[in-house]
Write a protein that binds this ligand. Sequence first.
Ligand code: CA
Length: 163
Amino acid sequence: MRILIVEDEPKTASYVRKGLMEHGYVVDVATDGLDGLHLATTTSYDVILLDVMLPGVDGWAVLQGLRDKQQTPVLFLSALDQVDDRVKGLKLGADDYLVKPFAFSELLARVQNILRRGPVQREQVMRVADAACIGCTPQSSTSSDESLPALLAFPSRARKRRG
Ligand code: CA
């Protein structure tokens, strides 16, 4: 399994890289958006960990550029913790969104979850992201965290599991 980390903070990048390598993954690191997009579109990865706030081309643009070409699973890693940011990431076609700071164990679990389920149904993520806002009032949608658990739990509940 090969993973790309697009992250401009050396400490975070090396911490995540080291942990993933200890779990047997092959890991590449890009430290800006342009390099990240180049690697993502020229190399075959099983999952891409994508920071949002990057020098040059930001994570949103990297994901859009990537989605024009291929459906490699993407997990956003971002300090942007508003519901709107997370929904934006998911609507752009990300498979998951993890807010910094995070525990490595949670990152690993989310990566394994993405790898287990394989390529996600994009249309389903869009519908779930839209549906998550039905319960929120407009003024609370930027500050409330309440819709996120439902948003993130839904795709895994919807997965077809036997046994
Ligand atoms: Ca950053």
